[in-house]
Ligand binder design. Structure first.
Ligand code: ZN
Length: 368
């Protein structure tokens, strides 16, 4: 048996509080009214633009005139420029006196809320805080309300952003990034487009597969991962992934998967997926699925299970995404993949760069 390596994470931090259950979204009114009474000021709500036209799902949330509702575009995943521009918008309209930030949406919107909350109490720009433990002041009180399950953003201590000018895709990894409060209401995922629901859910399953196959391990992280993996299997093996009961299970899996990944590392899928995101602008969750479909040699058992999930849920994933790319683009894909040393080390050991040489990496992308 190989010896597990220490993840180096010494003092894990989880979300302080959560409310769970169908209809739980209504509890936001009381939570926010307590904040307003105690601290005064308004609330900044960052809401996935999807709800502009699907506002009925959120009609239990009381509207206060002084609050700022900002619809967040999810066409692209968060960039440092987009975060700075939202912060500018917030400060310009109301000064920075607010008593809380609420993020309502999928992983991108939740990440945006986490970044904005930190930047309202820390000087400078989003790009100043890309890295580990660079945030020095606790962010503004933040509530996360996921409307898609899988990314685990609701539970993690990071918020991923891409810096377009440096090409760096890296989050504000800090314990101040963790939400103070979550509202986990499975009713909110009922209107998600099935494809997107599947791709997001698979992010959770993939995180856990990668963590449990890796060399860096944490017993608590492993327990979270196993539980989340089991729930994903029940949901995606059932043939009715979006039933009420399964939406509830997937919301739990996402939270546990996020808690797991906060104390372990991903493996091979995420580095390749990051390549597709950085070079071809693909969204994280669909990129993961495209990569998973070409991981037969590295993760044979999970690969078979993934193929079954596609069939059972009647989901098609795009093929030929790297057809017609130039040599320069393949080189960019190679660099954007190989730069993720820790996950690759976790998956393949210290000789990962020999296994994943230029030729092999290109072959893997060509097969996607
Ligand atoms: Zn992921």
């Amino acid at each position: 048996m190989t010896v597990a390596l220490d993840t180096g994470i010494k003092n894990a931090r989880n979300v302080s509080r959560f409310v769970f259950g169908a209809g739980a979204v209504e509890s936001i009114n009381e939570l926010l009214s307590r904040r307003r009474d105690k601290y005064g000021g308004h609330v900044i709500l960052l809401v996935d633009e999807y709800f502009k036209d699907n506002y009925q799902s959120l009609d239990k949330i009381e509207r206060h005139q002084q609050d700022q509702w900002i619809y967040v575009s999810t066409k692209y995943e968060p960039t440092t420029d987009a975060i700075d521009s939202i912060c500018h918008q917030v400060k310009k309209a109301q000064g920075i006196k607010a008593c809380g930030v609420v993020g309502i949406g999928g992983g991108s919107t939740l990440d945006t809320a986490k970044c904005v909350s930190n930047l309202l109490t820390n000087h400078g720009n989003a790009s100043d805080y890309q890295g580990w433990d660079l945030v020095s002041m606790p962010g503004l009180y933040k509530i996360g309300v996921p409307t898609l399950s899988g990314t685990g953003s609701e539970a993690t201590r990071t918020c991923v952003m891409t810096n377009k000018s440096t090409g760096l895709k890296l989050g504000m990894n800090s314990e101040y990034t963790v939400f103070d409060q979550l509202i986990l209401d499975p009713d909110l995922t009922s209107t998600a487009p099935p494809n997107q629901y599947f791709f997001s859910g698979m992010d959770c399953w993939i995180h856990c597969v990668e963590a449990l196959s890796g060399a860096y391990r944490n017993p608590v992280g492993d327990a979270f991962s196993r539980q989340a993996l089991g729930l994903c299997r029940e949901v995606f093996g059932s043939g009715e992934m979006m039933s009420g009961y399964n939406r509830e299970k997937l919301m739990v899996a996402s939270y546990l998967g996020g808690s797991a990944i906060a104390m372990s590392y991903v493996g091979l899928v995420h580095p390749f997926s990051a390549g597709l995101s950085v070079v071809l602008g693909m969204h994280h969750c669909i990129a993961n699925c495209i990569v998973m479909a070409s991981m037969k040699d590295f993760y044979p058992e999970p690969y078979r299970e993934f193929m079954d999930f596609l069939k059972v849920n009647d989901i098609n994933i795009p093929h030929g995404v790297c057809e017609d790319l130039s040599d320069d683009e393949f080189e960019a894909l190679y660099r954007a993949t190989i730069v993720h040393e820790k996950p690759l080390l976790n998956a393949l050991g210290s000789r990962f760069s020999e296994v994943l040489n230029r030729g092999r990496v290109r072959q893997i992308f060509e097969a996607m």
